[in-house]
Design a protein around this ligand. Sequence first.
Ligand code: C2E
Ligand code: CA
Ligand code: CA
Length: 735
Amino acid sequence: MVATAAMFASVGATTFKLWSLGSLKWPIFLVVLVVAAGMCLVRAAWVAEERAAWFAIGLGLCAHAGGWLMDFYGYNGVAPVPSLSDALWLSAYLGLYPGLVLLGRHRFGRRGLGVWLDGLVGGLALGAVAAGTALQPSLGSLSESWSAVVGSAYPVADVVLLTCMATTFAASGWRPCRSGKTLVSGLLILVVVDTVFAFASVHGGWFAGQSYDPLWGTAMLFVATAGWLPSRRLVRTEASWRQLMFPIGFAAMATAMLVYGQSGHLNPVAVVLAVCALGAVMLRMALLMRETASLALTRRLSLTDDLTGLGNRRAFTAEAEAAIAEGNPFALLMIDLDQFKELNDTLGHHVGDELLRGIGPRLAATVRPGDLVARLGGDEFGVLLRGADERAACVVCDRMREGLARPFALAGISLHVGASIGVAVHPDHADDAGTLLRHADVAMYEAKRGRTGFAVYASEGDHHSRDRLALAGEMRAALAEDQLVLHYQPLADLASGELRGVEALVRWRHPERGLLAPGAFLPAIEHTDLMRELSHRVLSMAMVQAAAWRDAGLTWRVSVNLSATDLLDRQLVDDVAALLRRHSVPPGQITLEVTESVLMTDPQRAMMVLGELRTLGVRLALDDFGTGWSSLTHLQRLPVDEIKIDRSFVAAMAAEARAAAIVSSTVDLAHAVGLRVVAEGIEDEATWSRLRAVGCDAAQGYYLSRPLPAGELEAGAAAIAERARIASGVARLTA
Ligand code: C2E
Ligand code: CA
Ligand code: CA
């Protein structure tokens, strides 16, 4: 900035020296102006950013230079006022104004209009004051003083420009960039020299060749240079008194002029300017009204949830922040509906929406009037209980669960909705809203996981839960980048020792944490839509492998695990059918393993899907048998082909007579209803033999083999089969 000023000072000084020499002055003066205009036009042609603005300014400067050209060569430097030169000089503003408005819009965004109106008000008011005071004597009789009118038009126009710039800077907190400062400097010089000119034209006329003439060139050079200096977008500061200060101050000024004019002394120019200033103020106020109204509307819209009409997450956070700022204790409740996604999928979105709308009033009925109920997104609600501590929050949690427990009558059925609630208390658990919300979320997860209904935040759970969230996030990348692999664990026929099939078990080749077992990541994504994607991927990989083995002459059955969520997915049956077709795998070669938990959320739907899968011809297995709550009663109801006895029973068999009895009777019962029985988790030969003795059909376990990558399994298959045959006594017999 200083350097630029110094440069211009020296340019100015040199110009002035040459100026005094006389003959050189006009060409030099014109060259300076043409250079300035050229700088703007080249800038516009060269740089795409702010192109239109600098083009307009460049045209303005051309008009200005044209005015001088006309003055020097047309009128020999003694143009009358008004003259054609004035017409050109004034038309320079036709370029400067739009140029600067465009510049303002570019650097300031759309809101710039109000700021420019402020500038217009300012310029008109100042013009009115100038016309009514300093210029009053000569403007008094208008007809004789056209020169004064035209002369005063320049400074008024400059002041309007300058005030526009000033209000722009005021609105952005007085922090102009270098380009802005240079522009303002140029305009300031212009005001000064135009004002001097105005006085000169009022008092006895003006002619070219005054000692201050080079200032015009200097001013234009400043303006042009601004185009080449680094600029930055201005950020509008929050509306403040500073911004209103301008229109109010100038309105007062214009009003004062009119009041003063009541005495009849004021010249018409001043009156017109003052009236225009007040008109512009009204326009400005109308604009302000509109801005404020739309701001209020956006604010309200941005704080409410469309569906439920409750406050949204933003409103909730703001309220929590306010309560923290006030220093009042309060409790934050995070409420998540259980199995909402399934319900939504099963009954349709309109029912889901209706349910969500019904939740708000139920929750609101359990809290006090000053408390806030908000929808944080999806099926998640937040409640802020003012003045509540942990104990009070727990009482409210109980009430809420009772409130939600009453069935909702939706779509002609009565729906029971469970919810898990997490509680975090200020100031005990955190003293900022973000952390508090996170802690309530962690507690909510704990409540869901432990099926406790609600839970108060306890810091130990936090780490665990954050890990889960991070993992779920990374899983997206894992699916996209094929980081999932399958290992296969063989199943052998207990009677013959033959390898009959394999179970596909997913692994995650995590880029940082190495090979992860399913227990490390499945729980984190179990209730998200990532689970469906994962299942689809696993199914597809397993089918590709089954087809490859088939081509190699191996007719191993391939078992794939499904999660409860998968069974609620309408797509599942079609997906399985499509995969079977694509890879030409006979359906009988695929076994899908499900656990009893599929019956927990929506038994009818799950049964229907299982039925359809079976119609496709794939086999179904009931996994982890014995760990569920009503095992045997479900046996006849579920359309499965085999059961897999959970390894907790199998492992205990060797040591506990009771476990052995359970396994034995289960095998009998299953056989009685026509099901095959697989025992999993066999780790030693003793267990193997016992299972064989009780008539179990197939065996799976570390004793036979750990889950292995397909290649390793193929390579080791002969040895594994040999071990199975020996364990079953077949190999010894034949040997
Ligand atoms: P699961 O279906 O009960 O699978 C058997 C699990 O027991 C496997 O653990 C297997 O490595 C382990 N196992 C096998 N034999 C023995 C043994 O002799 N002793 C012991 N201690 N463990 C044995 P893994 O691979 O960690 O899988 C754990 C669970 O993750 C599976 O239990 C299954 O519920 C789930 N899972 C694995 N892959 C998938 C998948 O692709 N989709 C879905 N939905 N779930 C899967
Ligand atoms: Ca399984
Ligand atoms: Ca199992």
